[in-house]
Design a binder for this molecule. Structure first.
Ligand code: NAD
Length: 498
């Protein structure tokens, strides 16, 4: 019998009343490694009730104590990074160095949250009118529903949870059902760090659990990261229910290479950003836009590097790239490759042919390179979310900018060039939320905020950093008059500042 993974409610493992569960696979072997409990409405209500009760105390817990908990949480996550990386690799399939890297990026947002006493400072103006002072504070919202995708099972929850909690809220996290274990361990570390039980809860499951979080009256705000169709529907439904929603969606990230770029640097970057984590990163590069004579050279250099990439399980330290997440996803990626071939793109390397000895049932797709892709092809238009890189050739820089700006997704983009003027023009004209100049994966550090534009983010707030603090708090502005010796009598006119 497989191990059954439970929820984490009020500081302990709970299996809930629902008897439903679903499989968790080791993507490298294709075998089921565990079952995970699927929360129903009652289970979600139980988690929210605990989170709400904890909120009543946590919101008035002093900044000093909250800061101490966050520092201690930071130390424990740091100390556990290898253990967390092993848990990620076992259920997601990414290599251990890559998994450790995601934990380190998650740590950055805990570090930002450790500065909560500065971030939550209000403003104060004296004598704004005669005898009148004004000050503003930011107050927490309550129980935050956090819904996260499979591809970063530690980093994305840590984009949300530390900032939400530091701001005085409590959370119910609903991570991906595909790699659920590590969320429970991170929530457990929060309790070990001295965080009160009930502040950080985890429930597992799928649509039913998410829908209950969306409609629950004690959940005033939702942070979502995942695919665009789900992001859009959660944004629309949550907003209709009067909630604050930030919903980050999918991506199709372009990397422009101008003919004057350092072609070795560009090829290294395209391969790293295209095939790292088997292309299952929301900031992965999936389209290389080669301008003018850049294309031929670049194609050869990318293909050379692909030949040297070792694909295999995370348990083999020599593996540079692991499997994709599920058998269905492997089939989807392979069907996308098929559609590119049918549409007439030229297939330079074909990842469908990969064989990993001893792991024949694993969900492996090899690194795939297409050249001569055009914007009317399905392989260009779909978010493949796998190890498939497409080269689109354009004549001019302006054409490249227009291509990126026409795309409905606008998460990240990059330019590779040695021309400062071209880079400046790109940065100013491009309609994308996160831009790299000779940096292929421009994920902002923890004290900035992360967010795309257009179909890559629904809502007014990016995630973590200063936008995170704003999203998880609301302002209160207090106007005060004390001991004014002058009694002015009744005046029905609108208050004037004098
Ligand atoms: P997904 O949308 O399938 O799932 C995300 C979460 O939503 C999971 O917790 C899942 O259980 C839940 N969910 C799925 N279908 C639902 C439904 N119909 N109703 C309610 N909840 C539902 O995404 P995924 O496959 O786990 O992750 C990959 C996607 O996430 C890609 O599109 C990727 O680009 C995107 N992503 C975006 C960012 C970003 O920052 N913009 C970051 C990481 C991943």
């Amino acid at each position: 019998m497989s191990e059954r993974i439970g929820h984490w409610i009020n500081g302990q493992t709970a299996f809930g009343v629902s008897s439903l569960d679903g499989p968790v696979f080791d993507p490298a072997t294709g075998r089921e490694s565990a079952r995970v409990a699927y929360a129903n409405v009652q289970d979600v209500d139980e988690a929210v009730a605990n989170a709400h009760a904890a909120f009543l105390d946590w919101r008035v817990t002093s900044l000093a104590l909250r800061t101490r908990v966050m520092f201690s949480f930071r130390s424990l996550v740091d100390a556990a990074k290898d253990e967390l990386a092993d848990l990620i690799a076992g259920e997601h399939g990414k290599t251990k160095p890559d998994a450790r890297g995601e934990v380190l990026r998650g740590l950055e947002t805990i570090e930002f949250a450790c500065g909560l006493s500065s971030h939550l400072k209000g403003e104060n103006s004296q004598q704004v009118s005669t005898g009148i002072d004004i000050h503003s504070v930011r107050e927490p919202l309550g129980v935050i529903g956090c819904i996260t995708p499979f591809n970063f099972p530690v980093m994305v929850p840590l984009w949300m949870v530390p900032v939400a909690i530091a701001s005085g809220n409590t959370v119910v996290l609903k991570p991906s059902e595909k790699d659920p274990s590590v969320s429970n361990r991170v929530a457990e570390l929060f309790v070990e760090a001295g965080g009160p039980p009930g502040v950080f809860n985890v429930i597992h499951g799928g649509r039913e659990a998410v829908e209950r979080l969306i409609e629950h009256p004690d959940v005033p705000a939702l942070s979502f990261v995942g695919s665009t169709p789900v992001a859009r529907s959660i944004y629309e439904e949550g907003s209709r229910q009067g909630k604050r929603v930030q919903a980050l969606g999918g991506a199709k990230n372009h990397m422009l290479v101008l003919p004057d770029a350092d072609m070795d640097l560009a090829a290294d970057a395209a391969v790293s950003a295209g095939f790292g984590s088997a292309g299952e990163r929301c900031m992965a590069i999936s389209v290389v836009v080669a301008v003018g004579r850049a294309a031929d050279d670049l194609k050869v250099k990318i293909a050379e590097r692909i030949r040297d990439l070792q694909v295999g399980p995370a348990s083999d330290p020599a593996s540079a790239m692991g499997p994709v997440i599920t058998r269905e996803h492997k089939e989807f990626v392979e069907s996308c490759i098929g559609s590119g071939v049918e549409a007439g793109a030229s297939l330079v390397t074909d990842g469908r042919l990969i064989k990993v000895p001893g792991h024949e049932e694993g969900f492996f797709v090899g690194p795939t390179l297409f050249d001569h892709v055009t914007s009317d092809m399905e392989i260009y238009q779909r978010e493949v979310f796998g190890p498939v890189l497409s080269i689109v050739r354009v004549e001019h820089f302006a054409e490249a900018i227009e291509l990126v700006n026409r795309n409905p997704y606008a998460n990240g983009t990059a330019i590779f060039t040695n021309d400062g003027g071209a880079a400046r023009r790109f940065q100013r004209e491009i309609q994308v939320g996160m831009v790299g100049v000779n940096v292929a994966i421009p994920v902002p550090v923890g004290f900035y905020s992360f967010g795309g534009w257009k179909s890559s983010l629904f809502g007014a707030h990016s995630i973590y950093g200063p936008d995170g603090i704003h999203f998880y708090t609301r302002p209160k502005v207090v106007t005060t008059r004390w001991a004014d010796p002058v009694h002015r009598g009744v005046d029905l006119g609108f208050p004037r500042n004098t």
